[in-house]
Write a protein that binds this ligand. Structure first.
Ligand code: MF3
Ligand code: CO
Ligand code: CO
Length: 260
């Protein structure tokens, strides 16, 4: 069941999504060699709570963090831990905030110090593919058009698309219908309508597309151990177009020329 949001509900979505975007701006201040991922998680949790929000991942299905932590080969759903970031790592931080009954969801993959140019190119392409997906998100087109835009952009550049994890509808619940895959054919899937709110989130691998789930039941990593990148925006369909409710501007302000 796809819930179309009213303009009042979309206004509440805007507020939740600004808070989650500001949260990753705070996280950005701390991403550096020597910092633990648990420290990043604490920064995010305290910032959300200080601003009247609820860290929606914490306790979701038993998930132990405010942030999903995605270091190097981790694709999604890694736990915050005492792992200390090292020069050359990449780290995705995926965060969901609930504010006034609505959810905001965003993810950004950071470079820790200097990284391999091949990995930097993976991150850049993954982020660009997110915007290609958003451009394809137009009233009257279909979810498959978003999926195909992401897939063709990434595969043309030699990367592979994770199939097991998808974007999703979002609103009063973190995960609503429809699923928004990052691969598929144009012209298939649900029709995109005004009032839809969607989280679009390409998860793109340097090597093969295959993934595995760790014994903890959550941590999803590439099978070949090669890096994976992940960027995510929440959008709302307003006047026929996708309005991006999240923003990486807060991250960019902090990172300056280290912004990917
Ligand atoms: N933020 C993730 C997404 O993009 C979901 C987090 S799963 C949780 O859909 F268990 F951590 F909440
Ligand atoms: Co997310
Ligand atoms: Co999401």
């Amino acid at each position: 069941m796809i819930y179309l949001k009213t303009s009042e509900e979309i206004e509440l979505m805007r507020q939740a999504n600004i808070l989650v975007s500001r949260t990753l701006g705070e996280v950005a201040k701390w991403v550096a060699p020597g910092v633990t991922t648990l420290k990043l998680d604490t920064i995010a949790r305290e910032f959300i709570q200080d601003n009247g929000g609820r860290p929606a991942c914490l306790g979701y299905g038993g998930f132990p963090g405010t942030l999903c932590i995605e270091v190097n080969e981790v694709v999604v759903h890694g736990f915050p831990s005492n792992y200390t970031l090292r020069e050359g790592d990449i780290i995705g931080t995926d965060c969901v905030v609930e504010l006034n009954g609505f959810h905001g969801d965003t993810c950004y993959t950071f470079a820790v110090g200097e990284i391999d140019p091949k990995v930097m190119a993976l991150c850049k392409t993954t982020k660009e593919s997110l915007y290609k997906g958003i451009e394809a998100c137009v009233e009257g087109k279909r979810i498959g058009d978003i999926a195909n835009a992401v897939q063709t952009y990434c595969e043309a550049r030699g990367y592979s698309v994770v199939r097991e994890m998808c974007g999703h509808g979002i609103g009063k619940k973190m995960h609503e219908d429809p699923q928004v895959p990052n691969y598929g054919r144009r012209g298939i899937g649900p029709v995109i309508k005004n009032g839809m709110c969607l989280a679009i989130e390409p998860m793109i691998n340097l090597g093969s597309r295959n993934v595995k789930i760790a014994a903890d039941g959550w941590t999803c990593s590439t099978k070949d151990g090669k890096p994976s990148a992940h960027y995510e925006h929440t959008v709302a369909m307003v006047d026929g177009k996708a309005e991006i409710l999240t923003t990486f501007d807060y991250i960019q302000e902090v990172l300056g020329d280290r912004f990917i």
